[in-house]
Design a protein around this ligand. Structure first.
Ligand SMILES: N[C@@H](CCO)C(=O)O
Length: 505
């Protein structure tokens, strides 16, 4: 056998020497020829072999599958996100809604679901705020028997007891499960908002929810309960409407987003926005950014769970005994791949971007709240302007888009009575911003949470105490499920919540 034939044959063999040796033997390659083929510098290829590489290219079934999937979505309708969840009611407010950063929504809708019975004096309502991608479907009911995301927490005699409480859960403003969000139609032109949707804040989400509560005639909540971004909403609600909330529950949230969590969300957004199908948000009716969404969710999943959980669940196990490849290979890789794939079929990419940004922007510091308040005052005339155009009977003079002089004066402050000047040191600024929260509060953290670490839970609790709140309950769970513990640890989380909700006044 010639050197070249031996070398060519070797290139097709697996690289493990014992196997190469046995296959070489079986192919009757002489040992000296084999040794020369392994160690010698390959000769310059003749013309016939000029395009032959040293090794065959790897195959990428994962990419083939992804390309097939993207192709199959090409030209097809994007998933009907608002039909993934069914059986919800819709609250509609026809009035224009002014967002904190100056954007206007001509009207808003919130999808909501309820469980239990509202008592005669309307004092037993609990509002549950969702995390980033949660829908209003926290629990099954006759109109939608699919288990909800807090199925085993809510129900008769359960941790959130529907024999006692009237439980309400909304899809947040900006979401894609029936509430007004980027995939909704802008009534101004009949087209979907896409990235013409205004930047949102957690405070905006809460203000929209309280407009809905007003319409239900619920003046005071028994409790405001939330996990993750839902915990941010819960704290924001308690700060914005202290007289309308009897007790507050914040699980795995924070008082202000930390640069580390902002960085983690930034990378997800960048990956998503780099998908050419994202098309600056205008992908509705075309191909949706499947790959970007999938990868963003894979990164997010790493922040939602924990190393200890994955060590126990997957260890270093591989999905099959075949040769290693650059496609998902270890079980943990196939898990992330699956999570990413599932999510991008279920959630709107633009909703993810807007809500993720709202989480970054969250800051309960007094100075940050003052800034937003000042912006709202500055932008308030926009609402009058819109109302005037709707109501032709009002005199033209009132319809000018004029900003009050006071709001434009340099250094103008729009302080709520309890907010001090903004020049306070950092932590004092946060304490000051939380001073309105004087009702009993449960703050719950998880030791394995890397996204909202337990020190941030201590920060919430510490700030509340320093602001004078004497009714703080602080728990730290040693669950291994990381940030998503609130979705999994029924007993640990549920018991703490039940204790707080049923605490004698
Ligand atoms: N898994 C949760 C975590 C963030 O709250 C979600 O997607 O909503």
């Amino acid at each position: 056998m010639s050197f070249l034939t031996a070398a060519r044959l070797l290139r097709t063999l697996p690289k493990s020497p014992p196997v190469s040796l046995s296959v070489a033997r079986a192919a009757r390659i002489s040992l000296p020829a084999l040794s020369r083929a392994i160690h010698a510098t390959p000769p310059k290829p003749d013309t016939a072999n000029a395009l032959q590489s040293s090794n065959p290219p790897l195959s990428f079934p994962c990419l083939d599958k992804l390309e097939d999937l993207t192709r199959s979505l090409d030209g097809g309708p994007e998933p009907a996100y608002d039909r993934i969840v069914t059986g919800y009611s819709t609250f509609h407010s026809p009035s224009p809604f002014l967002c904190d950063h100056g954007g206007i929504l001509p009207s808003i809708s919130l999808a909501y679901e309820t469980w239990g019975t509202l008592n005669d004096v309307k004092s037993n309502a609990i509002l549950i705020h969702t995390g980033l991608s949660g829908s209003s479907h926290a629990k099954s009911h006759p109109l939608n028997p699919t288990p909800g995301w807090w199925e085993t927490f809510i129900g008769p005699g359960l941790y959130i007891d529907t024999d006692k409480f009237y439980v309400i859960c909304t899809n947040i403003l900006g979401g894609c499960y029936g509430s007004t969000g980027p995939s909704s139609v802008d009534p101004a032109d009949g087209e979907k908002y896409a990235t013409r949707f205004p930047v949102l804040t957690v405070w905006d989400m809460v203000r929209a929810q309280f407009i809905m509560l007003d319409s239900m005639g619920i003046q005071k909540l028994h409790a405001s309960v939330g996990s993750s971004m839902g915990g941010m909403q819960s704290l924001a609600a308690a700060a914005l409407f202290p007289d309308r909330i009897d007790r507050v529950v914040s699980i795995s949230a924070c008082a202000r987003s930390h640069p580390y969590s902002i960085a983690l969300r930034h990378t997800q957004r960048q990956v998503l926005m780099s998908d050419p199908h994202w098309n600056r948000g205008f992908y509705y009716g075309g191909v949706h950014p499947h790959v970007g969404m999938k990868l963003a969710r894979e990164i997010a999943t790493i922040t939602y769970r924990s190393g200890p959980e994955w060590e126990l669940r997957f260890g270093r196990k591989r999905a099959s005994n075949s040769s290693p490849s650059l496609c998902p290979d270890f079980l943990i890789e196939t898990y992330l791949d699956h999570q990413g794939e599932r999510f991008c079929q279920q959630y709107d990419a633009n909703s993810l971007l807007y809500i993720s940004k709202a989480m970054d922007l969250f800051d309960m510091s007094a100075s940050a709240q003052q800034e937003l308040l000042a912006k709202r005052v500055l932008n308030a005339p926009k609402l009058d302007f819109i109302r005037c155009h709707e109501d032709k009977s009002r005199i033209a003079q009132q319809c000018n888009l004029v900003t009050p002089r006071s709001a434009l004066e340099p250094g103008a402050k729009h302080e709520r009575p309890h907010l001090a000047a903004s020049a306070t040191p950092d932590l004092e600024d946060l304490v000051e911003g939380m001073r309105g929260i004087q009702m009993p509060a449960l703050v719950l953290g998880v030791q394995s949470d890397i996204l909202f670490p337990s020190w941030q839970q201590k920060e919430i609790s510490e700030c509340l105490k320093r602001s004078g709140n004497k009714a703080i309950t602080y728990y730290e769970l040693d669950s291994m499920y990381g940030h998503d513990t609130f979705l999994i640890d029924r007993v640990g989380v549920g018991s703490a919540v039940k204790g707080h909700l049923e605490l004698a006044e």
